[in-house]
Design a protein around this ligand. Structure first.
Ligand SMILES: Nc1ncnc2c1ncn2[C@@H]1O[C@H](COP(=O)(O)OS(=O)(=O)O)[C@@H](OP(=O)(O)O)[C@H]1O
Length: 851
């Protein structure tokens, strides 16, 4: 029912509506009211970092131009001795070692020292000790062992000397003529040019006050017998050393003592340079060249009110010119999404037009037409949007000279969304991209590169600027937070530690307050003040080539499971089904010729165990983690396995592969790892006979003695492959670095051969599988001479290639092999004891025999 409205009221209403209509019509049609998204902040000009004075005039620069004479008595690895695994300072040290991509091994101070030698080479090129007091107070025998290693292999010790609650202000170290001043203040810190150690650190720049103004420093008396690497003034203004090098004149042990922890950035520089010095350039910073690329993503994308205006474009060109005076050949790279061109307010649209007008001042790269998230789309959709973006570049004369592209939010790059790679290749012929997601966003110091489908993926760095950080006064945590990132914080370290840094910024960071230009100008000022690094720009394609020649081991990606990582899971294609993903939880890793096939076949009898199906083109084993199948990706691998409580895969090549342990630990970190340790002499002989039985041409005409003598190139090749698998300590060490010892199960190869049902029962118990009657399921076959599966009253033995008959090993050959494996066997025994693994029955007699 329509309510009754009096005629007068109705008339008044009609007049009011007519007025409103006239008002709207008038303002929209005639007045052209300006379209503005709101007030804009003018660029804020705050001054960049200003460098304190040099103690020796203004242009002091010094790089000791000497090359290390590396006699390589050791492997290129650091031994890091920490107070305990939870130590906060320990984490800072490891973060720095990770970022320099140094190989290192962490040990905590315990009753036993770690193994220092395994073969003729020492295992560590430098020893880093978190707390010098622990070294000084080591039990005599351990101290002697460590010092002897350091003397014999010329391995320096780098140690932090923390402050401690001392009754005395100073003390002397036993055996060292060095006075240590505890709990000191340190002012006017600098690296003296007299020291040979500063390389990255710029000598003679004086830091008046460090960050911490408390009495946290340990200082050392200066003396001619020691080299002052870093000096400071104490509270009374007396000059002392804050980092000191003991050349080892008295005890033959070279030591570098550092008087503060790494919370002071200047100490970090001293530590890095000490590391390089101690390892003769094998660890730490190798080169002073720093390549810097600054990408500006989201060009045209930003919401109205956040985008650049015409003046910002002019300022961007100015900022580029100014950075060119600091970074050789520098250019910004602008990543655009054409669909959003002219989507701002009037002023911002002018900004868009100005960007196009000035386009030739910059290099451009595609950032996806509508800022699409790659993982949500198939290849043909991605292709069509890329074609639109490409057309935009052609229509507007954008300079897109490099086969480089960035996916919005890096989606689809890692975890890999193949359609993105394929569409990129088709439309843009992309050769290089970058992401901050590989292997993971955090910690930044671990970011790496990889190559997939011919596209080189470089690590991308954040710089504290995002789409939401546009204003100085609204910077999260205050602008001092940004300044602390620049002045000795993460941003500073990113450049110091990475020879190549690709920074991600966004268009918004160059609008309004212009935090972007300020950040990079200030960062470069700080870096040029405190370091001797040389800054350069190079196109992304050359940069990618450079990156992988510096870090060739990163070429192959390390597949991780995106389903067990919230961040990666959130950027997976909706089609990816995490609930159906089955990966093995048990790996039998080898070594070859130790009985691994028999072990697999016995374990498979258990109803709770499933294993991979056969793989076309592979002989017996998948060899995913050690071979070419790895390039097929983890989804392919996961597709091979049935669902079972124990999902097993056996590839005997994993044990001594240099890559398998890390790959396995990345994809299946909780897997249990099974290793068979069989007498290495028997194993080597079996391996040789395996080649002979298969009529391999490489072994044709070569006796085992010829192989050991390395009489030809093929003999040498066989020799190293034949022996490698039997260097148990050497390889076990790698697995133990990546998996906790509780996840490793070592089977005595002799026991397995002679009493397999007992070994299998113990193993099933360890695997927490229900009881299985192995006693009646495995029987000795006289015909075969080995134990075989016994099913429905019949023996089912392995094929003729397992359990072969060949001449017994001669005593002379046996004794030759004895000496080949001697050192490793000694190391193995020590390693097994240290980790409380049982000693295999064959090892003690072998050690006796091979003395
Ligand atoms: N039950 C049983 N049946 C057959 N063979 C057995 C068994 N137990 C241990 N062995 C020993 O296993 C050796 C082959 O080891 P692998 O299976 O690890 O070899 S491979 O690396 O996978 O090729 C094989 O080496 P060869 O004797 O040289 O052939 C055997 O000695």
């Amino acid at each position: 029912m329509i309510p009754y409205i009096p005629a007068r009221t109705l008339k008044a209403l009609k007049i009011a509506v007519a007025f409103v209509c006239i008002y709207i019509f008038f303002f929209t049609s005639f007045l052209h009211w300006p379209d503005s998204a709101g007030p804009r902040l003018a660029p804020r000009r705050i001054s960049s970092y200003s460098c304190p004075s040099l103690s020796r005039g203004d242009t002091y620069s010094h790089i000791h131009s000497f090359s290390f004479n590396d006699t390589s008595l050791t492997e290129s690895r650091i031994l890091l001795l920490l107070e305990n695994v939870y130590s906060r300072h320990g984490r800072l040290i490891t973060q720095m070692l990770n970022a320099t991509k140094c190989s290192y091994k962490i040990e905590t101070f315990s009753k036993d020292l770690p193994l220092l030698t395994a073969s003729s080479l020492g295992r560590y090129s430098a020893i880093v000790i978190e707390n010098f007091n622990r070294y000084v107070n080591l039990p005599k025998s351990n101290r002697r062992l460590l010092d002897k290693y350091s003397q014999e292999y010329k391995v320096p010790i780098i140690s932090f000397v923390p402050g401690r609650a001392e009754y005395f202000a100073s003390s002397k170290v036993r055996g060292m003529n060095l006075t240590i001043w505890h709990n000191q203040k340190a002012n006017n810190i600098r690296f003296p040019s007299s020291s040979m150690i500063p390389f990255v650190a710029r000598p003679e720049v004086v830091l008046p006050n460090p960050l911490s103004d408390g009495k946290e420093w340990t200082l050392f008396d200066e003396s001619p017998s020691f080299e002052s690497v870093m000096v400071a003034e104490d509270a009374q203004g007396k000059r002392r050393a804050a980092i000191v090098r003991d050349r080892g004149v008295t005890d033959g042990v070279e030591k570098i003592l550092i008087g503060h922890n790494l919370t002071e950035w200047i100490v970090g520089l001293g530590f890095l340079d000490s590391l390089r010095w101690s390892t003769k350039g094998r660890c730490g910073i190798a080169t002073l060249d720093r390549f810097i690329q600054i990408d500006m993503d989201d060009v045209f994308v930003g919401a109205r009110g956040t985008r650049m205006v015409a003046n910002d474009v002019v300022d961007l060109i100015q900022s580029q010119d100014s950075l060119r005076s600091r970074i050789l050949n520098f250019s910004y790279l602008l990543g655009y999404s054409g669909a959003y061109f002219l989507h701002g307010d009037n002023e911002e649209d002018e900004g868009d037009r100005m960007l196009i007008k000035k386009a030739s001042n910059f290099y451009w790269f595609p950032h996806m037409w509508k800022h699409n998230h790659a993982q949500d789309h198939n290849e043909s959709f991605l292709e069509s949007t890329m074609i639109l973006n490409k057309q935009f570049a052609l229509d507007n004369n954008l300079n897109v000279p490099f086969d480089y592209a960035i996916s919005p939010q890096h989606a689809g790059v890692y975890p890999v969304h193949l359609p993105l790679y394929e569409a990129w290749e088709k439309v843009w012929k992309v050769k290089t991209t970058s992401t901050e997601e590989y292997p993971h966003l955090r910690p930044w110091s671990n970011r790496k590169g990889f190559i997939h489908r011919g596209i080189k993926v470089l690590p991308r760095q954040t710089c504290g600027l995002y789409t939401h950080t546009q204003f100085f006064h609204l910077y999260p945590g205050g602008v001092n937070k940004l300044i602390s990132l620049i002045e000795g914080g993460d941003l500073f370290w990113t450049v110091v530690l990475n020879p190549i840094s690709i920074f991600m910024t966004h268009q918004q960071n160059f609008a309004h307050d212009q935090l972007g230009p300020y950040t990079f100008d200030s960062l470069l000022s700080f870096l040029q003040c405190w370091t001797q690094l040389q800054f350069k720009w190079e196109d992304p394609i050359s940069l990618a080539d450079r990156y992988f020649s510096l870090f060739p081991s990163e070429k192959s990606p390390l597949w991780s499971n995106p389903c067990s990582d919230d961040r990666h899971r959130s950027i997976l294609s909706p089609k990816f089904n995490c609930t159906n993903l089955t990966l093995p939880n048990v790996l039998i890793v080898g070594p070859q010729k130790t009985g691994t096939t028999a072990l697999e076949s016995f374990l498979e009898m258990h109803p709770g165990v499933g294993k991979n199906g056969m793989v076309e083109g592979s002989f017996e084993e998948v060899q995913f983690f050690s071979g070419e199948n790895y390039a097929k990706g983890f989804e392919w691998y996961a597709g091979l396995f049935p669902n079972a409580s124990v999902v097993m895969e056996k590839s005997a090549t994993y044990f001594d592969s240099v890559v398998a342990a890390e790959r396995a630990a990345t994809l299946i970190p909780h897997a249990r790892i099974i290793v068979i340790l069989h007498d290495p002499i028997q194993r080597a002989y079996s391996w040789y006979n395996h080649l002979v039985a298969r009529n391999e041409t490489i072994v044709a005409g070569l006796s085992m003695d010829d192989v050991l003598d390395g009489v030809s190139a093929s003999a040498k090749k066989i020799r190293s492959r034949c022996i490698s698998g039997g260097r148990y300590a050497h390889h076990l060490d790698r697995w133990l670095q990546l998996f906790p010892s509780t996840q490793l199960y070592l089977i005595d190869g002799g026991a397995f051969k002679d009493h397999p049902s007992q070994v299998m029962s113990d193993l099933t118990e360890w695997l927490e599988l229900p009881y299985f009657d192995y006693e009646s399921s495995i029987k000795f076959s006289r015909k075969k001479g080995f134990y075989c599966k016994f099913i429905s009253g019949r023996s089912s033995c392995l094929g003729s290639s397992k359990g072969r008959i060949y001449p017994t090993l001669s005593p002379s050959l046996s004794s030759r092999l004895c000496s080949v494996f001697r050192n490793d066997n000694i190391a193995l025994e020590a390693m097994l004891r240290k980790h409380r693994f049982p000693i295999p029955s064959w090892l003690p007699p072998l050690l006796d025999r091979c003395q």
